[in-house]
Design a binder for this molecule. Structure first.
Ligand SMILES: [Zn+2]
Length: 432
């Protein structure tokens, strides 16, 4: 277990929450244009407080890649939510839940150094509104309910946009149809030098197959479009402070984020999304040209993986975080994290504190299975125990439970039934 947790590492958050409200359907054409608006803002804060500071609105793409029918986020995962309201009536028009690198900072660095304030770039995209809207930046209270912390007003009549020209033309790696009804994933090549153009193309091919190599992704291949975007820089590789290596790479990524060796991330979100102007995307993968084990991911933010021998396992695991909003199911006893979810039910669908197991996967547990469920010993490589509630998950050895003995979110095994179900639910939203 320790070996695996050491290998798996890091990342991500997705937190809690309560049920989504049953909103009447918002008709896309009545409220929005088929164009993507980007919101660039800074989140500044410490352990206890944070605030959002608007930087700019940007015309990101001359079309909208998301669904035209699923405008209000019904998944209700993540610690944060962007909620767009009609300014005149207050009606909810669009929402999207997500997590942030700031949240990782809060529970690592800021939890130890309480007065330490930091600022992070954040970016959200939304369809272009036809009328004046309030863009509400929400987060959760102690009970897990969203409230509005900051509001940015956007008046489309006063917005001077220009054209959403791509900085770099995207390469179509897999095209299955209209982005409105597909899961559009863009792979950003990071750390490729001028001499690496052939390797970059090969790696795009590999990462497309790793993305679609595991179930339930494999069966849903026809629901995905995949794009590649890459810039060849003057040198290869990415920054790794542990090795004294500092590189000017395309999106400024680095190992050792928050002092965790293998936590490979970038804080340059504006730069990243500038590279993606004119590209239709719902999700971002950053493919880092370096062979040191590393990666990370944040829900509806991005997924990171180094290009190395473990990538075919790292990538699906990280996509479990970034697309599925799934929690890590392993125990990490040397982590810097100051764990949060002990008092309330975690928001992630695949871990439970058993405070409200009915709200999780209890209905999938065969009758007569004890809860908590004792560990199943002697399983073969491809075997898993029955669905139950196995102690040891969400980095915690005690008080946090996972659905099965094995899972991609624990030890790179096949996604367990609970994680598979959630991924399919998320996929279904994009194809409607
Ligand atoms: Zn699982």
């Amino acid at each position: 277990m320790k070996r695996l947790s050491g290998m798996l590492l890091l990342s991500l958050f997705c937190l809690v929450s309560s049920g989504a409200s049953g909103q009447e359907n918002v008709r896309f054409g009545e409220w929005f244009r088929d164009t993507t608006l980007r919101v660039d803002y800074l989140r500044q804060g410490c352990l206890k407080h944070d605030t959002c500071i608007l930087q700019r609105f940007v015309l990101q793409n001359d079309s909208w890649a998301g669904s035209l029918t699923q405008l209000l986020d019904q998944i209700d995962n993540g610690e944060f939510r962007l909620l767009v309201k009609d300014a005149a009536t207050g009606r909810d028009l669009y929402s999207r839940c997500y997590n942030t690198l700031f949240e990782e900072y809060r529970f690592t660095v800021a939890s130890r150094e309480r007065d330490s304030v930091a600022t992070f770039e954040e970016v959200m995209v939304m369809p272009m509104p036809k009328r004046t809207v309030d863009v509400c930046m929400q987060k959760r209270d102690k009970q897990g309910r969203f409230f509005t912390a900051s509001t940015f007003r956007f008046d489309p009549a006063a917005f001077r946009a220009g054209k959403a020209l791509p900085e770099k033309k995207p390469i179509a790696l897999l095209e299955n149809g209209d982005p409105h009804n597909k899961i559009d994933v863009v792979i950003v090549a990071e750390g490729y030098g001028k001499k690496d153009s052939r390797k970059m193309m090969e790696d795009f091919g590999k990462f497309t197959e790793y993305l679609l190599g595991q179930e339930p992704f494999a069966s849903r291949r026809n629901d995905f479009n995949v794009w590649g975007v890459g810039m060849l820089m003057s040198e290869s590789g990415v920054t790794d402070p542990n090795q004294g290596r500092y590189v000017e790479s395309a999106v400024g990524s680095s190992y050792n984020t928050f002092n965790m060796d293998r936590y490979l991330m970038t804080t340059q979100l504006f730069r990243l999304h500038n590279l993606l102007r004119g590209v239709p995307y719902d999700h971002i993968i950053i493919m880092a040209n370096c062979d040191t084990y590393g990666g990370g991911a944040i829900y509806n933010y991005y997924a990171f993986s180094a290009v190395q021998e473990m990538s075919m396992w790292i990538l699906p695991h990280e996509l479990g975080h970034s697309i599925g909003g799934l929690a890590d199911e392993y125990v990490e006893d040397d982590t810097n994290y100051n764990r949060r979810y002990v008092d309330r039910e975690p928001v992630e669908p695949n871990i439970t504190s058993l405070k409200n197991f009915e709200s999780k996967w209890k209905y999938l547990v065969p009758e007569g299975t004890p809860i908590p469920t004792p560990p199943v010993e002697g399983l073969g490589r491809r075997e898993n125990g029955p669905v139950g509630a196995y102690e040891g998950a969400g980095y915690l050895e005690k008080g946090c439970y996972r659905p099965c003995t094995k899972c991609m979110m624990r030890d790179y095994a096949t996604f367990c039934p609970v994680c598979t179900k959630r991924l399919n639910e998320v996929f279904d939203i994009y194809i409607k």
